[in-house]
Design a protein around this ligand. Structure first.
Ligand code: ADP
Ligand code: TRP
Length: 320
């Protein structure tokens, strides 16, 4: 079974990325052959600073390895080291109805926000389909916001198979309901593009400040809070540690717990949770040759598979 996922090098890793995608992906490396990549081509649709892309790409590599991606088990690589995906993306685009892409939430959201959209952004789901199909992927672990993209991938693959004969494996998204949409510090979906993130790696003081600044209501500590499950700090605590989260939810519900103490607890649990990863990341940062070698080895393996599937698609469609 092939498991595949990608993450864009578009900014610092946050709790939503980690619990929504990275942790499930890392757990799945035990279940089959996992391919994980840094979606640097995709980042070009919204990030236009070359040096920042280089830096972010290295950061994602460090983040993923520090969080437990095991390069002995999984194939870890940079998307652009397998340029074959661009060719497959073209083949797929010719069978992709415009209307399918016009329905894409992420594209519509950008338009609604008045962000100038480029053709790459419109074609984003086609490149994502190529990423998935070129490795014969069965399972794609992602957060809720990527579900539609995997559905578009399925539609395109089915269409190609119908038109040119059985060529592609039809993939399934895998979404963990409990962490499908981790809320940010404003209560909306946590996202780099909304500036509402709590990062995994960063300066302790600044991150503590962010957590302590979470907005709460003005009710007194003594007051019971029947709506404790709606509290943002409780929701985040539950994402990090369901047991502790539940326990503190009951405390808050009963009354007698102040929001300051709750936020302190949240920070403590969060900081402790990533202590080992932080240590590992510092070690990896001092050994970049190792990190670059992992990506080079991963690219060689991924490219072998990509060439095989691309050739299948070229033959099926009469290019060969
Ligand atoms: P962002 O929205 O911060 O730019 P990405 O688009 O890079 O995040 O997402 C990388 C992965 O993390 C995707 O699989 C996405 O579904 C997941 N993800 C991002 N934000 C969240 C969130 N708030 N809750 C759950 N999963 C998330
Ligand atoms: N679009 C995904 C995101 O922003 C990143 C991505 C690109 C991806 N290609 C992929 C995820 C293929 C899963 C499979 O999070």
């Amino acid at each position: 079974m092939r498991i595949l996922s990608g993450i864009q090098p578009s900014g610092a890793l946050h709790l939503g990325n980690y619990f929504g995608m990275m942790r499930p992906a890392i757990e799945l490396q035990e279940k089959g052959e996992a391919f994980y990549f840094i979606a640097d081509y995709h980042s070009m649709t919204s990030l236009f600073d070359a040096n920042e892309r280089r830096k972010n790409t290295l950061d994602v590599a460090l983040d993923f390895l520090a969080c437990g991606l095991d390069p002995k088990r999984s194939v870890f690589f940079k998307q652009s080291d397998v340029p074959e995906v661009c060719e497959l993306s073209w083949l797929l685009s010719t069978l992709t109805p415009m209307s399918l892409l016009e329905k894409s939430h992420s594209y519509k959201d950008k338009i609604a926000k008045g962000i100038p959209v480029n053709h790459g952004l419109f074609a984003y789901p086609v490149l994502m389909a190529a990423d998935i199909l070129i490795y014969d992927s069965n399972i794609v672990p992602v957060g809720q916001d990527q579900k539609q993209h995997v559905e578009i991938t399925r539609d395109i693959a089915i269409k190609f198979n119908e038109q040119y004969g059985q060529t592609f494996v039809i993939p399934e998204p895998q979404i963990r309901e409990s962490v499908a949409k981790v809320p940010g510090i404003d209560g909306e979906k946590m996202s780099k593009s909304y500036g509402n993130t709590i990062e995994i790696f960063g300066d302790e003081k600044a991150l503590r400040k962010k957590v302590m600044a979470l907005k709460m209501d003005s009710r007194q500590p003594a007051e019971p809070k029947p709506d404790a499950d709606q509290n943002l700090a409780i929701q985040l605590l539950k994402v990090i540690d369901a047991g502790v989260g539940k326990e503190w939810e009951e405390k808050l519900r009963a009354g007698g717990l102040g929001y300051g103490d709750l936020k302190k607890k949240l920070f403590e649990v969060y900081w402790e949770y990533f202590a080992a990863a932080r240590q590992k990341r510092a070690e990896l940062s001092a050994n970049l040759d190792f990190v670059n070698q992992v990506l080079a080895d991963g690219a060689a393996k991924a490219r072998g598979k990509a060439r095989e599937v691309l050739q299948r698609a070229r033959k099926a469609s009469g290019l060969e």
